[in-house]
Design a protein around this ligand. Structure first.
Ligand code: GAL
Length: 756
């Protein structure tokens, strides 16, 4: 491995060090919390005796500390002396801040019995807690920072203060988590915000990058003067691409919008660094962001057929398959030797009809435009199995959470088409939890007011050449508290078929009330019930099991007819979540097969949010390369979890690399296996149908790393052709041992194959 220390040092010098001095002392609230489940408002009072309560670490949710699967209310209490020297030593003396990590899902925070904060908002003095807890979904990811005036009577200086936190958790992990947990006087870093998140990077022509950076003074009374420095630096050769130094005067409440642009090759690593140094105190705040590298080459003008090469359908089921292709419009689609019963729409590439007999058909597809043509075989397998390659699509959950609506689903479907994702094989538009209402007198499930006509919505999605999915739970309630399918499985599936649903995500949720400590039999049971219901309707519905991997579902998901099964709990848009899930999928690998996919959960790229307000994923661009590389190697269903209407150029580029997607869609249906795991890197290898191997090299460190590859670890020998899939370039021949550079938390995806 080559040493990068010299380069790194130079890079840090060039960026300029950012001291991020916190200034005044803090009072740590890291340890010493008491906890109990349940709910009683008297637990907010300082005099309450909590000596019988358990201790708990606020940095981890309660699920991780002995309260597995506990949803509902939980209370935390902390006793702390707030010393007045905090205030005396502070640079800004007027406000005190309580930083309480994050809280999943909702909270009310009391200081000495008085309410100071609710669901992330500081509450005015004399605010009364609503007796009925204000349950707001979608706040779990919000930093809890409650700010009080230093002379607020709720604060007891130099005396013992009691902080009591009342939490409510809807489902999944619950309670306090993340960090920091501390009390401090408000500081520059709380009041000045450097914000890259308002807009995406824009890539213009062949080499211009534009970006908006917002600098905000969040205080309405304090004014801060100082120097703003903005730099863009190539992180591989330290070349300075942009440097701006300006004096700024941030009066109370001011927002400065800086638009910068610089020239560079889009595939090179660049860091953007912003600092503000306040003149009077010399305090500095700064932030840095990785400029996304654009690696996927533009699709050529000539047609190129993309997407799945094999399609499974049951006899007599309505057939719907859209041939996907890139190239300048208009494209003309032809299917040669199409079996009787099917017809191809020349303009859209959509094949419809019915096949009545089991069997296999090789259909030669041709797509033409004014620049040329592309031909490829599509294998149609009429039999028992669906989804012979992993589903590619979109799901509403990671963006909209329970705020999903008909309008948002339509917008996503439209964007799937207009963004060109559809041309790369992306097919499903899946509605997650939040569409259900009660049942009518005959037991038919009703849609809530956000979905006025589900049949019309399904027809609309189909009219675009896309497919549509829905969500339910085998329990009485879904995870979001909506009507589940328990006892109504057949009725529900009949409805789905009537509407034209193509995909069902079936999520365990409240089935735990029916089987609290499920045996393997009980884990399987509700999924078998639904299997039977699904097999009774004349419609192919992809059956997606969601029960977070319980009972090693990958070993029996096929027995209950699952086409895919979630192997883990819910993903979040953090490296911790992504890497923990992604790199722990080796056990499931042997069970992956065409029509039977291990599902590592939905993608967390683009603008996500799990509720009405969205943010750009907190994954760095390189982490997103790791995400798509790894999920492709894992042959996991790829369900985009962001708002498609707001797709930025980088995310679109990331999701439209046909060679990368082809690894996911490979007809052999093998999942990659982990052949090398060290603290610093991993190597995963996936066998492909044509005898070559797709190899993922993953850098788990925070520095660029040359990942060493020994071909014998990959069970390969001799001279091999190597191709880089992200850049779609041939890298020549390799043998024996070689190294490949991957950036911090980044990945390389290559194909290795013998010379023809
Ligand atoms: C979770 C599931 C998520 C989402 C959510 C809806 O259990 O894992 O993916 O479907 O329920 O309430």
């Amino acid at each position: 491995m080559r040493a990068n220390a010299g380069f790194l040092f130079a890079f840090i010098l060039l960026l300029g060090s950012c001291s991020q001095k916190t200034g005044p002392d803090i009072v740590s609230l890291d340890s010493g919390w008491k906890f109990r489940t349940g709910d009683n408002l008297s637990w907010s009072t300082p005099a309450f005796d909590d000596s019988g309560w358990s201790t708990i670490d606020p940095k981890q949710t309660w699920e991780k500390q002995g309260y597995k699967k506990y949803d509902g209310f939980g209370w935390y209490r902390f006793k702390v002396v707030i010393p007045s020297f905090l205030r005396e030593k502070a640079y800004i003396k007027d406000s005190i801040i309580f930083r309480l990590g994050k809280i999943d899902d909702c909270d009310q925070v009391f200081l000495n019995g008085a309410l100071i904060g609710e669901n992330g908002m500081t509450m005015k003095a004399n605010s009364l807690p609503s007796a009925d807890f204000n349950k707001i979904w979608g706040k779990w990811n919000l930093d809890r920072k409650y700010v009080l005036a230093a002379d607020d009577p709720r604060v007891q200086w130099d005396k013992e203060n009691v902080i009591a936190v009342r939490c409510f958790d809807f489902s999944g992990p619950g309670g306090m988590f993340s960090q920091p947990f501390e009390i401090a006087m408000i500081d520059l870093k709380d009041l000045i915000q450097i914000d890259f998140s308002g807009s995406a990077f824009v890539f213009e022509g062949d080499s211009i990058i534009r970006k908006d950076i917002v600098i905000k003074n969040l205080s309405d009374k304090n004014e801060f003067k100082g120097n703003l420095i903005i730099r863009a630096i190539r992180s591989d050769n330290s070349a300075s691409l942009y440097l701006e130094k300006t004096g700024i005067d941030l009066t109370g409440g001011l927002t400065i919008d800086k638009q910068i642009s610089f020239n560079t090759s889009f595939n090179r690593p660049v860091s953007l660094f912003v600092s503000f140094t306040e003149s009077e105190s010399g305090k500095q705040i700064c932030d840095t962001v990785e400029v996304p590298r654009i690696l996927t080459p533009k699709a050529p003008k000539e047609p190129r057929i993309t997407g799945s090469k094999v399609f499974g359908v049951r006899p007599w089921s309505p057939f719907l398959f859209k041939v996907s292709a890139t190239g300048t419009a208009p494209l003309k689609y032809t299917a040669m030797d199409c079996p009787p019963g099917l017809k191809m729409d020349e303009m859209t590439g959509v094949i419809t009809g019915v096949l009545k007999k089991k069997g296999e058909h090789q259909v030669k597809l041709k797509v033409e435009n004014q620049y040329g043509k592309s031909e490829r075989y599509l294998k149609i397998v009429v039999g028992d199995l669906l989804s012979l390659t992993p589903p590619l699509g979109w799901n509403s959950w990671n963006c909209w959470g329970l705020s999903v609506s008909d309008e948002k689903v339509r917008q996503s479907a439209n964007a799937m088409k207009s963004s060109s994702l559809i041309d790369h094989g992306w097919t499903y538009i899946n509605i997650d939890d939040g569409w259900e209402d009660t049942r009518d007198k005959d037991g038919n499930i009703l849609t809530n007011s956000k979905f006025t006509d589900m049949k019309a919505l399904c027809d609309y999605v189909h009219s675009l050449g896309l497919k549509i999915g829905i969500y339910s739970s085998p329990g009485r309630k879904t995870c979001g508290g909506y009507e589940g399918s328990y006892g109504f499985e057949e009725k529900d599936v009949q409805r789905y078929a009537l509407w034209g649903i193509d995909y069902l995500k079936y999520d365990w949720c409240s089935y735990g009330d029916i089987a609290p400590n499920p045996t393997l039999e009980q884990l399987k049971h509700p999924y078998l019930v639904m299997k039977r219901a699904l097999r009774q309707v004349n419609r192919d519905i992809h059956y997606s099991l969601c029960q977070y991997g319980m009972g090693e579902v990958w070993t029996w998901g096929a027995d209950v007819d699952g086409n895919s099964w979630r192997t883990t709990g819910d993903i979040e848009d953090t490296w911790e979540s992504l890497s923990t899930i992604g790199f722990s999928q080796n056990n499931c690998s042997p069970y992956s097969a065409p029509g039977r996919w291990n599902d590592a959960d939905m993608l967390v790229v683009g603008r996500v949010g799990w509720g009405p307000s969205l943010h750009y994923t907190r994954l760095t661009p390189e982490e997103q390369y790791t995400h798509i590389t790894l999920w492709s190697l894992l042959a996991s269903p790829l369900l985009i979890g962001c708002d498609l209407k707001q797709l930025d150029p980088f995310t679109l580029n990331l999701l439209t690399n046909d060679e990368v997607l082809a690894v996911n869609q490979d007809p052999l249906g093998k999942q990659a296996i982990q052949v090398k795991r060290t603290n610093d890197y991993e190597i995963w290898v996936k066998d492909l149908e044509d005898g070559t191997k797709a190899v993922g090299l993953f850098n788990k460190t925070l520095k660029p790393l040359y990942v060493p590859v020994d071909l014998k670890d990959l069970s390969l020998q001799g001279k091999l052709r190597m191709r880089d899939l992200w850049t779609q370039t041939d890298l020549g021949l390799v043998s024996g041992h070689f190294e490949m550079k991957a950036f911090a938390h980044g990945a390389r995806l290559i194909i290795l194959g013998h010379q023809d």
